[in-house]
Design a protein. Structure first.
Length: 332
């Protein structure tokens, strides 16, 4: 029997189709590997192959030269640009804006052979500091309303270069998916005077069936109504609405949990491609009681097909309890 489940935050329904249940090994997937690439523009020594850096963590070495740990550069083919004024106009039904924003690439390591699953914890933590530094800088531009930080790992997850990197897009609007989460969280708060994500953490740590791992600062869990097989959420236990407000200890703990979660996926799902997305409050909002930042990781194991596009409903062939169990059992 298929199981229809409703996400407690967004109210989005998903179909968990247990009849089509697949074992982790049955997914037709890409296994992501890194091959040496002498032309890779993100490798150390190739700094002249990217636009000049916006930010880099260096030990006294000159900008745009060797000797860095994390490097942030503008995207060579940006979806949006910072220059110009924000003009909004409408033609009858249709609204449009010019492409104000920013599109940046965070090169996570100078070493082509490493990934977030194999880098050391300090190196992963530095990536989070780079995300935070860029958010704090871009936030000063009041035209920008939202920053999406995301990572495409593997060609079928949308990565065009295999060297470990994440991306940041700053937008003059709040994207619809985020709007749905924010509205859902607000609704819950108005009814219960509690953060829905704090409620989820409390219930999931008590219940345990969808819990993947647990530390004093974070939980990794399969959500109750996941859109995709092995969809995983990492949530800070301390209530905070903005990623950039996390403490040093929380970034260190998150580094450990991201690394561990990706290692679990690599082991159980044969190094799958994945998308990782940071969900945080809109830029010009103050810290709120109702929203709770988190990270969502979606291994790319199935294709989104016509039914999903046509209905907004997702059919997920793996229940979250099974997914959590598989990931939890991985010996690290
Ligand atoms: Zn490279
Ligand atoms: Zn909360
Ligand atoms: Zn979210």
């Amino acid at each position: 029997m298929a199981d229809l489940r409703k996400d407690p935050v967004t109210g989005r329904w998903v179909i968990i189709s247990t009849e089509r249940q697949k074992r982790p090994s049955e997914f037709q997937i890409e296994t992501v590997t890194t091959r040496p690439d002498s032309l890779c523009p993100f490798c150390e020594g190739h700094e002249d192959k990217t636009p000049p850096e916006i930010l880099a963590y260096r030990n006294g070495t000159p900008a745009n030269a060797k000797g860095w740990e994390v490097r942030v550069v503008p995207n060579k083919f940006p979806a949006l640009r910072v220059e110009g004024n924000l003009d909004r106009e409408g033609e009858g039904l249709f609204d449009r804006m010019n492409g104000i924003g920013a599109h940046e690439v965070i090169i996570e390591t100078p070493d082509h052979s490493l990934t977030l699953a194999t880098m050391n914890e300090q190196a992963i933590e530095r990536v989070f500091w780079a995300w935070r530094d860029r958010v704090l800088d871009l936030k000063q531009d009041f035209r920008l309303r939202y920053i999406v930080i995301f990572k495409n790992h593997g060609a079928s997850a949308g990565a065009s270069l295999e060297h470990a990197h994440s991306q940041l897009i700053a937008l003059p609007i709040v994207p619809r998916e985020m709007g749905e989460e924010l509205d859902g969280a607000k609704r819950h708060y108005q009814q219960k005077e509690r953060c829905v994500f704090c409620d989820v953490i409390r219930q999931e740590t008590k219940d345990g069936s969808r819990l993947i791992s647990d530390s004093p600062e974070f939980v990794a869990m399969a959500p109750y109504a996941p859109r995709f097989p092995f969809e995983t959420w990492l949530l800070p236990k301390r209530h905070a609405s903005r990623f950039e407000d996390a403490s040093r200890g929380e970034y260190a703990s998150l580094a450990r949990m991201v690394r561990e979660t990706l290692q679990r996926m690599n082991s159980a799902l044969l190094s799958p491609p994945y998308n990782l997305i940071v969900h945080s409050s809109p830029l010009q909002d103050n810290a709120t009681e109702y929203y709770h930042w988190h990270i969502e990781i979606m291994p790319k194991l199935t294709r989104v097909a016509g039914f999903e596009w046509g209905t907004g409903f997702y059919i997920n062939p793996t229940g979250p309890e099974e997914a959590a169990d598989v990931l939890r059992r991985v010996k690290l």
